[in-house]
Design a protein around this ligand. Sequence first.
Ligand SMILES: NC(=O)c1ccc[n+]([C@@H]2O[C@H](COP(=O)([O-])OP(=O)(O)OC[C@H]3O[C@@H](n4cnc5c(N)ncnc54)[C@H](OP(=O)(O)O)[C@@H]3O)[C@@H](O)[C@H]2O)c1
Length: 261
Amino acid sequence: MGAHSDGHRRQAVRAPRRQGASRPASLPPYTAGMAADAPPPGPLALIGGTGKLGPGLALRWARAGVPVVIGSRDAERAAERAAWLAGRVAEAGGGAEVRGMANPDAAAAGALACVTVPHAGQAALLPALARELAGKVVMSTAVPVRFDPGAGPVAVEVPEGSAAQELAALLPGARVVGAFHTVSSAHLDRLDRPLDEDVLLCGDDDLAKAEVRRLVELIPGLRPVDCGRLAASRLTEQLTVLLLGVNRLTRRSAGIRLTGI
Ligand SMILES: NC(=O)c1ccc[n+]([C@@H]2O[C@H](COP(=O)([O-])OP(=O)(O)OC[C@H]3O[C@@H](n4cnc5c(N)ncnc54)[C@H](OP(=O)(O)O)[C@@H]3O)[C@@H](O)[C@H]2O)c1
């Protein structure tokens, strides 16, 4: 993942790039069709937002001004979690509203969504949300993994190719983007610590990917990186299994930073 060893020297003799020319041609700038001072997007529904990743993302987005809806199989748990998160946002200096409701209501209330349930749970949960999520940008974060007592984290094969492709099959009409696999909830949760990592994005809908890119850029310290088609989620999901193995060996939480781009 390191840059080519003479990358800096070669860049120095290149003709100056046009502004924005380094962006892959397939990915429009996130501001396409938006005014420079466009309000933050949202509300953003976190399906299964009561666990570890969902609250971490909720904190960061609410602080950035994105209204968040925490979804759960239990509306009361969602409301309790949302109230606690809203308190943390207020303590940290304020931000957008955090509400909690049952997953189907959260899916309906969200202009976009991020699914933060374990991979093993998505096949039973998501078909009931397909109508509410049709036409919306939906982020897939699931990492199909099992923990072997000897070997540690091991990737689980998914017949569709990846958890993100399975999610797309379960939610026909949703504009699916694989995102945030390699970002640890432990990093997101510590609002007092700056983030410093990349968010790998995979998707077949360029405008959906641009919307997610904008959401990532709203969180200071995170950089979105376009990793191509949705099928590439298989690689970002499996890369995360590698990181989980590194975490096990180092007792830390690893993230990803690509160099040379
Ligand atoms: N944790 C991380 O650092 C991290 C980082 C990157 C990606 N991810 C991925 O993000 C997803 C969420 O991770 P997490 O650590 O937040 O998971 P988690 O805490 O185990 O679960 C998140 C929430 O999912 C709901 N849920 C659990 N089992 C379910 C099932 N069988 N069916 C429907 N809903 C279920 C629960 O909410 P309710 O009981 O309230 O419905 C739970 O609070 C996973 O797919 C994971 O691979 C996690």
